[in-house]
Design a protein around this ligand. Structure first.
Ligand code: RB5
Length: 149
């Protein structure tokens, strides 16, 4: 099933963002890109991009999104400050699958400088197709949601 998927990166994630975007389009998804442009190497602040995308997802304009920086750490920290966001930093097949099945992650965070880019596309594919299992995991997400209030 094709989806509208948001994506954003800082300067440290823009090359992988381009590869991820092309891959998503090849799978038939619509990619909504919030920057930075792949050919713009100027240093920017990742919280600005995390906030823009996370708000889109949090407010329901996009079902889910992808954030990329050098390590993926800064993007995940910043995105998780936005209520309703469950941003998961993923680094292998297992974390990609678990972040969906157990955590219902609505934002995938990747690190351009720490991942093999071809493998990162494999993790992305697993993340896209894996589904939340609900039940006891929903109870835990409800407790996370309560922390936001
Ligand atoms: C930028 O140099 C770098 O700090 C950023 O891309 C990211 O890795 C932060 O977590």
């Amino acid at each position: 099933m094709s989806e509208r998927i948001g994506i954003a990166s800082d300067h440290g994630g823009r090359v992988l963002k381009e590869k991820v975007s092309q891959y998503l389009r090849s799978l038939g998804h619509e990619v909504v890109d919030f920057g930075v442009p792949v050919n713009d190497a100027d240093s920017v602040d990742y919280p600005d991009y995390a906030q823009t995308l996370a708000k889109e997802v949090s407010q329901g304009q996009l079902p889910r999104g992808i954030l990329i920086c050098g390590t993926g750490i800064g993007m995940s920290i910043a995105a998780n400050k936005v209520p309703g966001i469950r941003a998961a930093l993923v680094w292998d097949e297992f974390t990609a699958r678990m972040s969906r099945q157990h955590n219902d992650a609505n934002i995938l965070c990747l690190g351009e400088r720490v991942l093999n880019h071809d493998r990162a596309l494999d993790y992305l594919h697993i993340w896209i197709k894996s589904e939340f299992e609900g039940k006891r995991h929903q109870t835990r997400l409800d407790k996370i949601r309560a922390l936001e209030r």
